[in-house]
Ligand binder design. Structure first.
Ligand code: NAG
Ligand code: NAG
Ligand code: NAG
Length: 360
């Protein structure tokens, strides 16, 4: 009967493989719920994720060292680095193409950022365009402007059929020196882009200085890319209570049956999320467990109501339950991830870590 049992085992293994394949395809209700609590309607599956912009890494690292809410409620949903309200920071890659140009231009490019990842309820509080160049200073012979730069609203004519629409000049600058990174505040323009059919992008024009014939191509050759950093505030998930970050792992030792925070590490790779969550790979979320016995002591952070309830419970255990051991202080974390459009997003989430428990 050996072969048969072998076949049975094989069939069982196959069924198991099929089942896990099915599970991988369809989101379980728990997973959907978890995604929803993170403000996501679908599980991102990055197609060709790019590198993480260094500005997001820097902010992420800084927050790990000193989480935002340690500064009080009014800072809980502010992005200190830019001094604006917000709990989501996205970096959009430019999707525009190069457009043929004629002198005096040495580069003409459409800039297009697809802002559809921003949801209707989010308030855009900052949009900052970054133009990157491969080197810092422009060593050109002669004086005067090394580089003239113009940003125009709308697409360059070469990309559009029919008569070219009037392109309004958004800004222009003459730079004596080239910088590795040029930053422009496009908050007002980006707000407009969020309205239906209003996002026609921009046109970037670079001209090498007033050097004359032939120009100096260096500045244009040095152009690397453009990106748009957008800060927004999703109202949900911005709490008000004062929270201090404390390590629950270092909570004082109490007899283990009493209500207190217990260690719980949530690993994003165990949930199968490692392909879209960049960092952290997991975090110490903790949970509350334990008894709330009579008499309640101050360490159990109980309310007057909970103290009365334990008294009644001690007199009538069957009729009235003990108070519950629940989180009384939580702290936030920030998560760095790829969204469904391969944008890199840094998002701040309130109430992700249990710091203290109490009997309520
Ligand atoms: C922007 O992205 C959304 C979602 O991926 C897509 O449906 C839409 O067509 C994109 N818009 C443009 C102009 O590329
Ligand atoms: C950016 O521009 C908006 C309006 O256009 C303005 O309210 C805001 O203060 C500017 N931000 C910075 C950092 O200059
Ligand atoms: C109750 O709060 C205090 C500080 O306010 C804290 O030290 C203690 O750990 C908390 N108790 C529990 C069970 O978390």
């Amino acid at each position: 009967m050996r072969p048969r049992s072998g076949r049975a085992a094989f069939r069982a293994a196959l069924a198991c493989t099929l089942l896990s394949a099915l599970l991988a395809m369809e989101l379980s209700p728990q997973e959907s719920l978890l995604l929803k609590s993170l403000g996501l309607s679908a599980k991102p599956s990055p197609k060709s994720p790019g590198p993480v912009p260094s500005v997001l890494w820097r902010i992420f690292q800084r927050r790990k060292m000193s989480p935002l809410s340690s500064k009080g409620p009014e800072d809980a949903c502010r992005v200190e680095e830019f001094n604006v309200p917000g709990n989501i920071i996205r970096v959009f890659a430019d999707q525009g193409r190069f457009v043929p140009h004629a002198p005096p231009l040495c580069l003409q490019k459409r800039l297009f950022f697809n802002l559809s990842a921003l949801e209707a309820g989010e308030r855009l509080t900052l949009a900052r365009l970054e133009l990157r160049f491969s080197h810092n200073s422009y060593h050109a012979a002669g004086r005067g402007a090394a580089l003239r730069l113009r940003l125009l609203r709308g697409a360059a004519p070469a990309l559009r059929e029919g008569p070219a629409p009037a392109r309004a000049l958004l800004l222009q600058q003459s730079l004596a020196q080239l910088h590795k990174s040029l930053l422009f505040n496009l908050s007002a323009v980006a707000r407009e882009w969020r309205q239906p059919r209003r996002n026609l992008g921009l046109t970037l024009e670079l001209a090498a200085g007033d050097g004359g014939a032939g120009g100096r191509p260096g500045a244009c050759d040095a152009f690397v890319d453009a990106s748009l950093l957008v800060v927004s505030l999703a109202r949900r998930a911005c709490g008000g209570a004062v929270r201090r970050r404390r390590s629950a792992a270092a909570a004082p030792l109490t007899p283990s049956s009493l209500c207190k925070p217990r260690r719980l590490y949530v690993s994003f790779s165990d949930v199968g999320w490692e392909n879209w969550i960049i960092a952290p790979q997991g975090y110490l979320a903790n949970y509350c467990l334990g008894e709330c016995p009579f008499p309640l002591t101050a360490e159990l952070n109980s309310t007057n109501h909970a103290i009365l309830q334990t008294m009644v419970h001690s007199l009538d255990p069957a009729g009235t339950p003990q108070p519950c051991c629940v989180p009384v202080r939580l702290s936030p974390i920030s998560i760095l991830y790829y969204d469904n459009h391969d944008n890199v997003v840094l998002r701040h989430y309130e109430d992700m870590v249990v710091d203290e428990c109490g009997c309520r």
